[in-house]
Design a protein around this ligand. Structure first.
Ligand code: ATP
Ligand code: MG
Length: 311
């Protein structure tokens, strides 16, 4: 199951991603965490020290290696140079599995039973449809080639703001958690996100964060209605984690919220045909808007009409 955490800057995307990832790992579930934010904080949030976190190989710096491995023997993709972030898998491509022994997961760092992948830091110029060497392009390729089953989880800590919607990346998830503080700014991005999401049939659930009282919950309900899945309180345990304290346990109410989030993910039905259809749709869009020109060939020819994901 592919899961993203999105929301306004500072809303708690990294915190909630790391709590959710730890929650899954504590249950012994297979989980890959992906840091896809401009500033890379997920490693430290998962308990790595700064030095080890800084040493995680950046997927964004290994794009050629990743592309070469993924394209495998696919005759429609004769070189890494012709492979762009939206190039879909086809016959001869190599697919990835959660926990798989492959060149992409080999870039990951193990942290307490979690495999952590990182895009590497990037800047605003790396976002959007027209960037050839996009760092988040590595994540898009990864997700497009990953055949995950029920009970297997990939959790992506995304960059702040609506830039997420500038590429097809946001259609790659079974569920997106929109982290929202109970403030005007916090719920401000909600409307924008849900409009994009509706156009593309993307599932979004709102997770309130830093909630302090019933009034906060009421405020969230008033603004996001039934899209409010659950909420995480302003948490002394989170603060203690941030202070580097060990042996801290998360409050029961917050653990219950994480269970509700997991149940919401597990309730999502996989639709691999739709997943492929959207991959192809964004590849065509990408090819026509800039990639054909950038690469100098017709990239729509990379689409293999006979390809199906093995479900
Ligand atoms: N539930 C919580 N309880 C207590 N503190 C929290 C909670 N959620 C987040 N915080 C604190 O709020 C700050 C911002 O959180 P975090 O870094 O997770 O946000 P973010 O959305 O990832 O930010 P950015 O947009 O910069 O990536 C951090 O100091 C974090 O410890
Ligand atoms: Mg963050």
């Amino acid at each position: 199951m592919k899961i993203a955490f999105v929301g306004k800057g500072g809303s708690g995307k990294t915190t909630c991603s790391s709590l959710f990832v730890r929650h899954l790992a504590a249950k012994g579930l297979p989980v890959v965490a992906v840091d896809a934010d401009i500033n890379q904080h997920l490693g430290v949030a998962l308990g790595l020290d700064e030095d080890r976190a800084a040493k995680i190989p950046a997927m964004g710096e290994r794009l050629t290696e990743i592309k070469d491995w993924l394209r495998g023997e696919n005759p429609r993709i004769p070189s890494a140079a012709g492979m762009v972030k939206t190039t879909p898998p086809g016959s001869g491509s190599r697919l990835l599995r959660v926990g798989g022994d492959d060149a992409v997961h080999a870039l990951g760092q193990e942290v307490d039973g979690v495999t952590l992948l990182a895009t590497g830091p990037f800047n605003d110029d790396d976002l959007g449809v027209s960037c050839y060497h996009s760092k988040t392009g590595a994540v898009e390729l990864y997700l497009n080639h990953l055949v995950d089953g029920p009970g297997e989880y990939v959790v992506v800590d995304m960059t702040a703001g609506a830039d997420t919607f500038a590429s097809g990346l946001f259609t790659r998830f079974d569920l997106m958690f929109l982290v929202a503080e109970p403030t005007r700014k916090g719920v401000g991005v909600y409307k924008q996100y849900t409009e994009y999401a509706r156009d593309y049939d993307v599932a979004i659930a709102v997770v309130g964060n830093k909630v302090q009282n019933d009034g906060d919950v009421e405020y969230l309900r008033e603004h996001v209605g039934d899209d409010l899945l659950t909420w995480i309180g302003q948490s002394p345990a989170v603060r203690a984690f941030e202070q580097g304290r060990t042996g801290v346990t998360l409050e029961d109410g917050n653990t219950a919220a994480l269970d509700r989030m997991l149940a919401a993910v597990d309730a999502r039905a996989k639709d691999w045909d739709e997943f492929l259809r959207q991959a192809v749709e964004f590849h065509v869009k990408n090819a026509r808007s800039w990639a054909n020109r950038a690469v100098g060939t017709d990239l729509e020819a990379q689409i293999d009409p006979a390809f199906r994901y093995p479900a």
